[in-house]
Design a binder for this molecule. Sequence first.
Ligand SMILES: *Cc1c(COP(=O)(O)O)cnc(C)c1O
Length: 364
Amino acid sequence: MNLCDLAVESIAGLQPYVPGKPIEELQRQYGVRDVIKLASNESPIGPSQAAQAAIALATRDLTRYPDGNGYSLKLALSEKFQVDAKQITLGNGSNDVLELIARCFASPADEVMFAQHAFAVYSLVAQAIGAKLVEVPAKNYGHDLPAMQQAINANTKLIFIANPNNPTGTYIPAQEVHAFLQAVPDNVIVVLDEAYVEYGDQNINSVDWLAEFPNLIICRTFSKAYGLAGLRVGFALSSPEIADLLNRLRQPFNVNHLAMCAAIAALGDEDYLQRAKQVNNEGMQQYIDGFNAMGLNYIPSKANFICVDVKTNAAEIYEKLLQQGVIVRPVAGYGLPNHLRISIGLAKENQRCLEALANSLSES
Ligand SMILES: *Cc1c(COP(=O)(O)O)cnc(C)c1O
């Protein structure tokens, strides 16, 4: 008997998500030391001191279950974003929330839409349910919202939009997203995944649109600009009705105590956020200058990573970078076989990555 045949068909057909290679794994496999990881869009400046202090204090309470309602974190978020606590759904990372949304709204009879080159988790969570996947071709590597609007039909249930998108870093101006929301029928749920929103200029706040669009869900995370990827905490902002549904479905204690305490502290650490953004802006310019000097094209990015076209099979360059102790992210699985996605690091890490890239390209 093949045990795979026992699994639900939609699950048996899943391809697992491929994360960035962990530093320890490269050290084990290649025996290289002094590894730098620029592969998972993590914060290069370490966690906020305030978050670390909050965690140290919170360890005292680890014998107890966390607050299943996340009262304190929701309070902090509701003050920060001027929403009601009833509009918030907390997740074990925003990936958790993305999955909750798919399970809540999509069935095998429904279509779930996303763009070509969009974040892999959208298709994963939709496929797991057996929903029909609708991938709309990209335009200049980014979302083609008019084409997505055209592709809406009576079966469309859920639309995922990553802004900025991962892995391309492309950004849709707020006015265009707003116009799209106006055009989408109100029985279609639109998920605006803003995992990297803090890196942008933010003069338009998508949270303001929640009052206008009860079918809108905004997902955010503490994993990127807030520097807490290892703790796993993210959240959704939506209408209270949607938050109520998602909160019925989530596990009772889906976000752990340390994560919630650290997130509250991180939310209040404005200096950290400013520093993270500044390091990112400087690093982004460093890569742009480096790529220009090497004659390489890149996809302009509004996030904390950049996709570069290495003009050859990127798998080989990825391998050569690994041998030099530099972990970046191949994106062939996203339909970008000649690109590598590089997370912005500290200046010296970026420098080392650019040098390793130049070495690798000259050998190939
Ligand atoms: C990193 C990322 C997330 C956040 O993942 P977490 O589960 O919160 O760590 C969500 N969406 C996109 C597009 C991302 O790149």
